[in-house]
Design a protein. Sequence first.
Length: 271
Amino acid sequence: MLEILNDQDYEKFRKVIYDQCGITFSATNRSILDSRIKDLLRKKNIATPGEYLDIVLKNSEEMKLMLDSVTTNLTRFFRNQPHFDAFTNYVIPAVIEQKKKTGDRIIRIWSAGCSTGEEPYTIAMIMKEICPPGFDFKITASDISLKSLMVGQQGFYGDNKVDGIPADYLTKYFTKVEGGYQVKKELQDKIHFDYHNLMNDSGARNLDVVFCRNVLIYFDEPAQLTVINRFWDSMAAQSYLFIGHSESLFGMKTQFEFLKTEWACLYKKNR
């Protein structure tokens, strides 16, 4: 008989998850953590939460699997179109003009918290369309969910997952296969999928654009500030940050400047 995740167990798991990746569980979303831990116990045939926690603390791979299981991975192609309009019409033209002054012809983009890959593939399709001759681009797509990263790497999406993709893009960048669509290799080759915990330094530098949308809402303010400062360190002197439309840096002590464009609001590193 499985033991119920009591208050003491809940607090232990909540603290481990927060310490490892900054994700905060509160009274309002406790049920999510509760159900996912109990589901792990059932799948692994482990009798008690305490027994499982001992395993997690001693095994880094099991820790990754546990963190994977408690994260939420909601995404879709061209999610929040105004962001991509600002990216297309304002951000990339500004980045290109800046790079013309430096001689650097590579546009570096990070999709942080990329989930199953719809966001980085959306970015890649846009860049394929608007990147001018003589310039190239590289996209890093990272997440803490190994399962989600594997979906992104595979690049296969069911028929119900491609609704947001314009018809001409779907024809140009995907191959219709049984049950869905396969991303074409020319697009896959522009994206490097990588496991990354946002509480740690990614090691990336001189990034021109960072997307981290609908991720900060899972962190408390100290963890949010840690992540935002990591982004600052990874970004080029003139660069741009997109966060979720319901997220804000207002009231946080960051060095980013708020930027309101005709299409959407975002943030700029202007050093």
